[in-house]
Design a protein. Sequence first.
Length: 42
Amino acid sequence: MKLVVIEDVAFCRFISLKLRVAVLQVALGPLPWYVSNTSDPF
């Protein structure tokens, strides 16, 4: 029973992390895409 609860908590944390990343991406908009497309170190 405890194992199920632990897995549940881990799953909830994973989902909340994914949601946070999605919200960040939406908030930043095209910025990460722009940076990744123009990521020239020099």
